[in-house]
Design a protein around this ligand. Sequence first.
Ligand SMILES: Nc1nc2c(c(=O)[nH]1)N[C@H]1C(S)=C(S)[C@@H](COP(=O)(O)O)O[C@H]1N2
Ligand SMILES: [Mo]
Length: 372
Amino acid sequence: MVVHEQEPYNAEPTRSALAENVVTPVGVFYGRNHGTMPDMDPDRWRLQVDGMVDRPMELSLADLKDRFPHREVVATLQCAGNRRAGLMAVRDIPHQHPWGPGATSTARWGGVSLADVLAHCGLSPDATDIEFAAPDVAAEAVPPQPYGGSISAAKATAAETMLVWEMNGEPLTQAHGGPVRVVVPGHIGARSVKWLQRITAQNRPSDNFFQATAYRLLPADTDLDRAQVGDGFPLTSVALNSAILRPDDHAVVPGGPTTVTGYAFAGDDRGIARVDVSVDGGRSWTQAELGEDLGPWAWRFWNATVDLPPGEVTITARAWDTTAALQPEHAESVWNPKGYINNAWPSVTVTARDAVRAPLQEPVATSGGRHR
Ligand SMILES: Nc1nc2c(c(=O)[nH]1)N[C@H]1C(S)=C(S)[C@@H](COP(=O)(O)O)O[C@H]1N2
Ligand SMILES: [Mo]
């Protein structure tokens, strides 16, 4: 893992670690925390459901397990700060982690449908937003406050949105929000609130700092010192994005035919339609093959075999979603003061050894000697 901060813990897998499995092992899954992880005893954990519901309730983990059908979803979480380093290369972004392409991972989540819980509590048809609250206090928030946020009532009652206590078939670890977290497939990771304590149905979005002030897209010329609550627009659906995972950036690789692999993802009602790879600065493109389809809420791995010329080569990718939207070409055009949603064409630069001459540099085996 590449650890950006030890406390609160913020870490992402390396490109090669992320590339190994299309469903990310728990130990490789990125971690994004704004405060100290709370230690909650699953037996004493209670979920409060209140606000615009006919029957406000307090539910234990046993209640969730006993009263609602068990469900699973394979879903990709993607932090809004994923690939921020590419924006920092354009212009500095102070006080933010320089995430590479690893602030996203995919897991099989198990628990119950949030819709079932809300229906059980008698959700009012007048509720427009569902707020989630957790106990971890974020010092970076103004003023410092526990983590929270909200999603629309429509998304909260959609089949894919879940309260989960299992990740890849194992009990959800503390690091990923255990005992129980929200998983909002297709929305930015920030909405998948960990260590969930309270759900409130209401008729306006959450006024929590992470909904009202952070995780909003601000115009490039915004002066952050003068930014107001509610400036910009809230980030919700994951934008079309992709990254190259193999070969790694700055790798020295054999020249000639080379398989390039990566991921592509688009949130909510969009899927990945096509991915292209170029090794000549975009003059020509090779269409990638899309990997296994794990359902509408998961990324697609992709691979393309390209011919690497000797020397320093920049490999670029670009993805289309099912609405025919194409990723923006340049990071310059998507730069924003908080460094969210860098979905510009990804690239890695590698050094390709000369495919023809390389074998001549190997030691020549003498007769009777051992081959290396
Ligand atoms: N309570 C709480 N929930 C949280 C956060 C947090 O700091 N506190 N971080 C959010 C953000 S910004 C992301 S991207 C995801 C990361 O989930 P992970 O650490 O399991 O990868 O959790 C979200 N849920
Ligand atoms: Mo995030």
